[in-house]
Ligand binder design. Structure first.
Ligand SMILES: Nc1ncnc2c1ncn2[C@@H]1O[C@H](COP(=O)(O)OP(=O)(O)OP(=O)(O)O)[C@@H](O)[C@H]1O
Ligand SMILES: [Mg+2]
Length: 243
């Protein structure tokens, strides 16, 4: 029996009258990949912001293992083992690719030499080694997305939150990203919660999918179950999200 790594329990977030997330509950099992989908404005990024401690929920609880995260500051949550990428990538653009990742690695390594070695490993994993000395603002979109993942991985998270890291990539680039995440999951046991509009990627990667609509969980199950759910097709207003 697997135990949940992440527990989201009755979580609600209200922004000046707008309920962005409403009474949301689900678990992410240790070692799994869970996809989080839903139309624009469904509350997906808001949920990530609560998990990562950007702001606290108005109601409900978020736990990593047995550790209550809701109300902790983002720095503490990162330290507890949650790494995240941002929908709008935000590297330190004046720094080199390597230095950006070293900053992440310094969360786990007090020694700069060790942090640099760890950062080089991660760049290698993401196929960015040949860009290590480049200044980050000169990267292509794909490279910036990879750097965003590298920065999150450098903090050595137990749970990695990915917010649309495949958006805007060409199909072959997305394929490469998919295999990176699959390897991280299989070989290092990394647990992943990913927001993604690229449905092929969600279907290929996820063991389970959660569907949010207007802040509520309207479906939760295997990719095969969710793909056939009429409520899910409905919330995309007749546009078939799976094609
Ligand atoms: N910091 C904020 N202040 C006020 N309203 C916000 C804030 N963040 C999000 N919202 C609102 O909350 C709702 C959910 O937004 P959210 O960004 O979570 O959606 P999303 O599912 O990530 O959408 P997308 O797929 O477009 O990224 C939207 O109506 C949005 O305008
Ligand atoms: Mg979003």
């Amino acid at each position: 029996m697997m135990s949940p790594l992440l527990t989201v329990r009755n979580v609600t977030k209200v922004f000046s009258g707008l309920t962005a997330v409403r009474n949301l509950s689900f678990n992410v099992e240790k070692g799994s990949i869970v996809g989080l989908i839903g139309p624009n404005g469904a509350g997906k990024t808001t949920l990530f912001n609560m998990i990562a401690g950007v702001f606290a929920p108005n109601e409900g609880e978020i736990l990593l293992g047995n550790h209550v995260l809701s109300n902790l500051k983002s720095e503490r949550i990162c330290h507890a083992g949650i790494g995240r990428t941002f929908q709008i990538v935000r590297p330190f653009s004046a720094l080199s690719v390597l230095d950006n990742v070293i900053i992440g690695a310094l969360h786990k390594h007090s020694d700069v030499k060790n942090a640099r070695a760890a950062a080089r490993d991660i760049l290698n994993l993401l196929g960015l080694s040949n860009k290590a000395e480049n200044i980050s603002c000169n990267l292509t979109l794909q490279e910036r997305k990879r750097l965003e993942v590298a920065r999150a991985l450098a903090t050595e998270p137990k749970l990695l939150l990915l917010d649309e890291v495949m958006a805007g990539l060409r199909p072959n680039e997305a394929e490469e990203m998919i295999s990176v995440f699959r390897n991280l999951n299989k070989e290092r046991g990394l647990t992943i919660l990913l927001i993604e509009h690229v449905m092929q990627a969600v279907m290929k990667l996820s063991h389970e999918i959660c569907v949010l609509h207007h802040g509520e969980l309207i479906a939760h199950g295997s990719p095969e179950q969710v793909v056939r759910d009429p409520l899910v097709l409905d919330c995309y207003l007749g546009k078939d999200p799976w094609t």
